[in-house]
Design a protein around this ligand. Structure first.
Ligand code: TA6
Length: 321
């Protein structure tokens, strides 16, 4: 009788375990609804209540929340959700030109285009199906070909990982008959407690171009970047991991990037930005995976892949997380 009861318990336990694993690995479809000003947005959620929101306008992540419902990205209090204005906050996609480094409008044009949901993306073998995700696609339009005469397909996967991490996988394919070059960045606005309470680590002893000084080259000898005035730097040939240590929140945002050698760190401080509230600069820092100093070249049919993965962890006492 005792053995039977034990066996029964074991079977129930195993059944619960199987159900738990099935729930954890189940692909949860995303929700497509109207957001601000009727612009379409996709929301992906996991069963712990974490969520990510992506606007089809710009292919732009606008929100990333943890299981407590805390927002981990920053959105300007004066953000304008009206095309063709780019949305100030979240994670804008800057392609095929970073900033004013070429003939196109600053930061390219895909942040001002309507992306589509990609129902049938090519497989991503090195990225097994995550907890919850959505695949978007943008292709060159006849209008865009007039200002940038190169046919491309930009596929963007936005995924919420099992630990609540946010991953953006960019795949750019040259679908033209001639090679092209591009520069690129993702421009995440990370929410911070207060810009004076944070430091950015992982970029010490690297050279950077100061974007406030005509891209003059300097070497950063500080152990960490702290903020007390406007800062706009393009760090060259950086490691893949950069950390934003928030002393007040006792949290560290770990930014992991692959496929992009450079990184931009930006905070405008009190510089006037029309669609940014007066005090907004206090509540974000941009740490951006970028490919700028050496543009990426793609031959016909060739594809480039770039990954941004972000997670938030408790800070250690020493800042060497
Ligand atoms: O990546 C930093 C930067 O290029 C800064 O120079 C700053 O102007 C910022 O991006 C925002 O650019 P935006 O075109 O969105 O106003």
């Amino acid at each position: 009788m005792g053995n039977k009861a034990n066996l029964g318990c074991l079977i129930i336990f195993l059944a619960l375990l199987v159900a738990e694993v099935a729930m954890a690995t189940e692909h949860r479809p995303f929700e497509r609804t109207k957001g601000i000003n009727g612009l379409e947005k996709i929301t992906i959620r996991d069963r712990r209540g974490r969520s990510v929101e992506v606007y089809l306008y710009g292919g732009q992540v606008t929100s990333w929340k943890n299981e407590k419902g805390e927002e981990l990205l920053f959105m300007s209090t004066k953000a304008i959700f009206e095309p063709p204005t780019p949305i100030r906050g979240g994670i804008p996609v800057l392609f095929p030109q970073y900033s004013n480094t070429g003939p196109l409008p600053s930061h390219g044009f895909v942040r001002q285009r309507f992306w589509e949901v990609d129902a049938n993306p090519p497989p991503l073998p090195s990225h097994p199906s995550p907890n919850a995700h959505v695949d978007l696609i943008l292709k060159s339009s006849p209008e865009d070909l007039k200002i940038w005469p190169h046919k491309y397909e930009y596929r963007l996967r936005v995924a919420l990982g099992r630990g609540g991490d946010l991953t953006l996988i960019s795949r750019v394919k040259n679908s033209d008959v001639k090679p092209f070059n591009f520069t690129f960045a993702l421009h995440p606005y990370f929410a911070v407690s207060d810009i004076s309470e944070i430091q950015v680590e992982g970029l010490q002893n690297l050279d950077y171009l100061d974007q406030q000084k005509n891209r003059t080259r300097f070497t950063d000898h500080e152990k960490a970047i702290t903020f007390n005035s406007q800062l706009d730097r393009l760090y060259l040939s950086t490691p893949n991991k950069i950390r934003i240590v928030d002393h007040k929140k006792k949290k560290t945002v770990v930014v992991y990037k692959k496929g992009t050698v450079d990184a931009v760190v930006w905070n405008p401080w009190e510089k006037k930005v029309v669609d940014l509230g007066v005090e907004d600069y206090r509540h974000f820092v941009a740490v951006e995976p970028a490919a700028v100093a050496k543009p990426i070249t793609l031959k016909p049919g060739q594809e480039w892949k770039g990954v941004l993965q972000v997670c938030v962890v408790p800070s250690r006492r020493s800042t060497g997380n």
